[in-house]
Structure formats: C-alpha cells, structure tokens
Write a protein that binds this ligand. Structure first.
Ligand code: PMP
Length: 299
C-alpha cells in the first residue's frame, strides 16, 4: 500500500500515522463495520470520482443492516472525500470509506459502541493482472439467508479471505465462488460475467454484492445494443462460455482466460469484453459525454 499524508477520521484530517483505534474496538473483534471501495480517475477536466452517489447510497444501505446510525450526512461524507483527495494532492486514487462500531462495548450486540468513520485514499494501480486464470473455489459464497447479500460488511470478507488464501496455494490468480445452489456467485471482491453466442450473462442479485461496476457494465452493454441477462449460471455454463470477465472497482474489467483446466477464447481477451473494457476506460476518464453524470469532479 502506498502511504499518503492524511486520513479523514471522525471529522478531522489526521496524519496517516495517527489514524488509530483502540484494540477493544467492536469491529476488530466481530467485523461490525461497513465500507466502500471507490475510484477517482484523472480526466481532461481534472480528477473525478466514479459513481460517488451510488457508492454512498450502498454504504448507507449497508449501515442500515447493522442498525448503525451514521453520525454524518451523505453530503458531509461526499465533501470529506473530495477534500481528502485534494489534501493528499492525488490525481488518481482508490478511496476507502469505512464506518464501524468502535470502542465502548463488548458482546455481540454492538449498540452502545461509538461509531467511528474514516476515509483513506491512496494510489492503487491494477488490482489484478491484465488477464487472469481462475479456479472454482471449494468455499461456498455466503448464503443469502445468513447475511444481507446487498451489504458490504467487513465481517463478510472472511469468506473472501478463505477463498483467496486457498487460491494462492493452487497457483491461480483469483477464484470464483459458487452459491448454495451450486451456481456461479462471484469472486472474492468482483462480480462475474460470461458471454455466450454474443449474449452477456451475469448472476442475478441473490447471493452477490450489487456491484457498481456490474451495474455500469450492464448499462453500457445495453446502450451498445447488446443483450444482457441476469440469471442463474451453472458451473458447466461458466466453463462453456465464449468469454468471461470480472468487474469491480478495484478489478475494473478483467478478462478471465482460464477456468480450472478450461482455456477460454484461446487464452485471449474476447471481442465483447474488449469493447466493454475500452468503453469503460473512456467513461471513467471523462471521454464520453453521455456518461458524465457518473463523474463527480474533485475541483
Ligand atoms: N463482489 C464483492 C464481494 C466485492 O467485494 C466487490 C467490490 N466492492 C464487488 C463484487 C464489485 O463491486 P463494485 O463494482 O461495486 O466494486
């Protein structure tokens, strides 16, 4: 991780080294925090945060699941995000807002613990390789009746960590987790898409996070007059696809060239993936007027 100068922490701009919490913070023990991963890109008209409104809406929805009352308004957090990027003099960066039950309460009911809110920003280049080799994980994605799948809760990520640790042992770049029905769910931090006979498919929102990149790709593909379907995808359908790719704020659009022993599209990025990837990069860099509404300029 590339260190930057300041972190926004409970309304103050504090030095990176000083953004500290107590060891008895509730979220450290039980995962009772919610967070976002957002990107800011350089454009010809200055730096711009991609789909900030949608990320803040998801953060507030996540907090609601933990019955957490965020002591700031969305407007205040939006301003804080834009200010912390400016203060750290970053043109492009990854943005990590996290709000969590802090110090003051032990036991599983977090009510009564202090609510802490931090926003860190740092330069973060490519999260995954240009194209990736994946395996289907032995770990199942969290059951939708065990958690709120639409929320981005810190504790959920232990499921992703188990899957990621296992994938490192198998010498693949990333994993795909199946859901409780044995259908494709998502990567540890990415949504999954496949292309078959020029049609695009992605798992419906049952066991997966409603990714903002997923939503962007669906909208872009539809605008390009491509057919997109949200449906259950079996492991067999996954392996028999013509193209496959991950989407995510960190991963952006990353082609998948191998799934277990099956090579996809001769090991190369597929034509539809390429169109979507190029379009996506243009949009995030402010080169497509039609999608300007997705950008919030830092100024
Ligand atoms: N699924 C999971 C489990 C994730 O952590 C992420 C990253 N936030 C995604 C999907 C992709 O979501 P987004 O496009 O909003 O980053």
């Amino acid at each position: 991780m590339t260190k930057t100068k300041y972190i926004w922490f409970n309304e103050k701009f504090v030095k990176w080294e000083r953004a500290k919490i107590h060891v008895l913070s509730h979220a450290l023990h039980y995962g009772s925090g919610v967070f976002e991963g957002i990107r800011c890109y350089e454009t010809l008209k200055g730096s711009a945060v991609f789909r900030l409104k949608e990320h803040l809406d998801r953060l507030w929805n996540s907090a609601r699941c933990l019955e957490m009352k965020i002591p700031f308004s969305k407007g205040e957090i939006k301003d804080a995000i834009l200010k912390i990027i400016k203060l750290n003099k970053l043109k492009e960066c990854y943005i990590r807002p996290i709000v969590f039950y802090g110090y003051g309460k032990m036991g599983l009911n977090p009510k009564g613990a202090k609510i802490d809110f931090a926003i860190a920003v740092w330069p973060w280049g490519k999260y995954l390789k240009e194209k990736v080799k994946v395996k289907i994980s032995k770990f199942m994605r969290l059951h939708p009746k065990s958690v709120f799948p639409f929320a981005k809760v810190s504790g959920y990520y232990v499921n992703s960590i188990f899957a990621s640790l296992d994938c490192q042992k198998s010498k693949v770049d990333e994993v795909i987790l199946l859901d409780y029905k044995g259908c494709v769910a998502e990567g540890p931090g990415e949504n999954v898409f496949i292309v078959k006979n020029k049609k695009i498919f992605t798992p419906k929102l049952e066991s997966v996070l409603p990714g903002i990149t997923r939503d962007s790709v669906i909208k872009i593909a539809k605008d390009e007059k491509m057919e997109v379907f949200e449906k259950d995808i079996s492991a067999k359908e996954l392996k028999n696809c013509d193209e496959a790719f991950f989407t995510g704020t960190a991963a952006e659009i990353t082609p998948i060239y191998q799934i277990d022993d099956k090579i996809i599209n001769g090991g190369e990025i597929g034509p539809i993936t390429k169109i979507l990837q190029e379009k996506f990069y243009k949009i995030v860099h402010g080169e497509d007027e039609k999608y300007k509404k997705w950008l919030t300029f830092v100024k």
